[in-house]
Ligand binder design. Sequence first.
Ligand code: M1P
Length: 247
Amino acid sequence: MARKILCLFDVDGTLTKPRGSIERELEDFLQQKVKPLCSLGLIGGSDFKKIAEQMYGKDVVERYQYVFSENGLVWFKNGKEGDRQTIQKHVGEEKLQEFINYVLRYLSKVILPVKRGTFVEFRSGMLNISPIGRSCSQEEREAFEKYDKVFNVREKMIEALKAQFPNIGFTYAIGGQISFDVFPTGWDKTYSLRHLQEEGFDEIHFFGDKTFVGGNDYEIFSDSRTIGHTVINPEDTKAQLKKLFNL
Ligand code: M1P
């Protein structure tokens, strides 16, 4: 009997350029060549709105059997939304506010070449914190990424948060160019696997570009329930799929 396989893809850097849209050629390849051979799933740190933008619209939930946004805290199976989890329910308002207030105080002292707006984005299952601010332009985003490689703005901030809140039970993950995600420990991308437990897959292949320790693909990539594949960009994802399925 044929093995029941799921291919689960990270979005940014794996199927698309950072915050970009998937190339039509890759989307056609996945839908026409790969989907007949296995189930397809997406797992992103971003919220659903951003994933839909990058994947040609909200009907992405019809084209991919599983769509996990915010690491699986908000998720869809065959077009239908499953139960959501929220960070405020889990952590409690008081503790959460203490944390957010510290973040804002910390950021008020950070000097950067440019600073824009939306420094804390509140999502269902996580906070996304951006020292430059999420409303920066594409050019400013790329400049910040370069600046951060030299000055480690995000890493230093994460260290400060860990020191200030040693027992809060949060995990910090740098998944993109201008921000980092903060979520309760265990709510990394492996959170999505609990929704797949009863689905009876023989193999779950995970493809991601940030599979190194500290990257937001690391936990799911190294989990014993998945077969992990490290990719360097969307072209590499396609090449590795061709090899896996002899296409
Ligand atoms: O999917 C990777 C990351 O993409 C965005 O990061 P940034 O805006 O820093 O490039 C964010 O949506 C982030 O939450 C996500 O982990």
